[in-house]
Design a protein around this ligand. Structure first.
Ligand SMILES: Nc1ncnc2c1ncn2[C@@H]1O[C@H](COP(=O)(O)OP(=O)(O)OP(=O)(O)O)[C@@H](O)[C@H]1O
Ligand SMILES: [Mg+2]
Length: 362
């Protein structure tokens, strides 16, 4: 059952359109990630959902009823802000208890729930301390605890890990997944970070310029992006998109090779000759030719090597086209800038997009 259903949401600030016809459905109990670059409208979306911002148009249904007229407090949601603020003069215990005291909840119940949330978020050792004596991660957990303590039905998290260092981000990602599992709560999690969105989100919406471009599981977005934009947003290193033209016999003419045999072949067979297309090849799809090539192959020159331990990322150039490929460390060892490589790939896993609209061709 869906807990949140947004249709046709619009929000402008003067001449800036922050949200431009946003449609989104979140299922009850789901960990849903909203992935978009800076200024794509993540915070504005969450603020509209929470009731902090009033949309110009569109519907926000929560548990089956329109909540646009409902004030913030009545919505049964809690939001942890991008720049979260704790009360500096209050201890962890007092910060956590604050929302409950505001609501006049009885003291023994407050104490019980503070203890419970402190235990869940591993904040027990910080209860008597003030925010400026806590680590960044601990402060973050107090802010989250303060949002959770009122037992919201929907938790809105706005880039909650941005201010943490890499190690803590990793640990906190695991922590969020654990909390989600244990509390069975619906979470809407906004982030510009692909890794965060894909590792935590059961489904992910790709947001761009105030509009959702695609919603799917990590696998759906990676394997079947509906546009070149989504293909570029999901997958690291970024997919290689190579401009080419459709030719007779369902072949794509690229600067360095002619490619046939893709799953798109039947579709392009009906195209006008010379239609411009973008062929998508993931860096991990490119392999070194060993023996006789089994499919499309081409020569390229190594321009840069970036060893990352278990794998090496290579910047390569094939007939003037810059691409990246990923090789297991054992295969990359010994290569140097200027070396010539023979590369092949399996055309059936290549993606194809219309060059003008970016729409996937399958
Ligand atoms: N109060 C405001 N007044 C004017 N413009 C605003 C306001 N709030 C947001 N905007 C604009 O709306 C657009 C979307 O902003 P929003 O904060 O929702 O983006 P975001 O995806 O959260 O970005 P970030 O990742 O940088 O936090 C931006 O162009 C921003 O400048
Ligand atoms: Mg934001």
């Amino acid at each position: 059952m869906s807990i949140l259903k947004i249709t046709g949401l619009q929000k402008s600030f003067g001449a800036i359109t922050a949200i431009d016809g946003l449609d989104l459905t979140v299922e009850e109990g789901e960990f849903f990630a909203l992935l978009g670059p800076s200024a794509s409208g993540k915070t504005t979306s969450l603020r509209c959902i929470a009731g902090i911002e009033k949309p110009d148009a569109g519907q926000i249904e929560f548990e089956g009823s329109d909540v646009v007229p409902t004030p913030i407090q009545g919505r049964g949601m809690a939001m942890v802000f991008q720049a979260f603020a704790l009360y500096p003069h209050l201890t962890t215990e007092q910060n956590l208890a604050y929302p409950l005291r505001e609501r006049g909840i009885e003291q023994t119940e407050v104490v019980r729930r503070v203890a419970e949330i402190a235990e869940q978020l591993r904040l027990g050792h910080t209860l008597a301390r003030k925010p400026d004596t806590l680590s960044g991660g601990e402060q973050q957990r107090v802010a989250i605890g303060r949002a959770l303590i009122g037992r919201p039905k929907l938790l809105l998290l706005d880039e909650p890990l941005t201010n943490l260092d890499a190690k803590l981000r990793h640990d906190t990602r695991a922590e969020f997944k654990r909390l989600h599992r244990e509390l069975g709560m619906t979470i809407l999690y906004a982030t510009p970070d692909e890794l965060e969105a894909l590792s935590m989100g059961q489904r992910i919406a790709i947001l761009e310029q105030g509009r959702i471009r695609q919603v799917g599981t990590p696998d759906q977005l990676y394997d079947a992006p509906e546009s070149d934009l989504v293909a570029r947003r999901v997958g690291s290193p970024v997919i290689n998109l190579i401009r080419g033209t459709a030719k007779a016999n369902a072949t794509i003419n690229l600067p360095f090779a002619d490619i046939s045999g893709g799953n798109w072949a039947r579709t392009i067979a009906g195209f006008d000759v010379n239609t411009e297309v973008l062929l998508g090849l993931r860096p991990s799809q490119l392999k070194l030719v060993e023996g006789t090539p089994g499919g499309p192959n081409f020569k390229a020159t190594v321009e840069l090597l970036e060893p990352l331990g278990d794998v090496t990322i290579l910047d390569i150039n094939a007939a003037g086209v810059e691409m990246q490929m990923v090789l297991p460390e054992a295969k990359a060892v010994g290569f140097k800038v200027g070396d010539s490589l023979e590369i092949e790939f399996d055309p059936t896993t290549s993606l194809l997009f219309a060059a003008d609209t970016g729409t996937a061709i399958s």
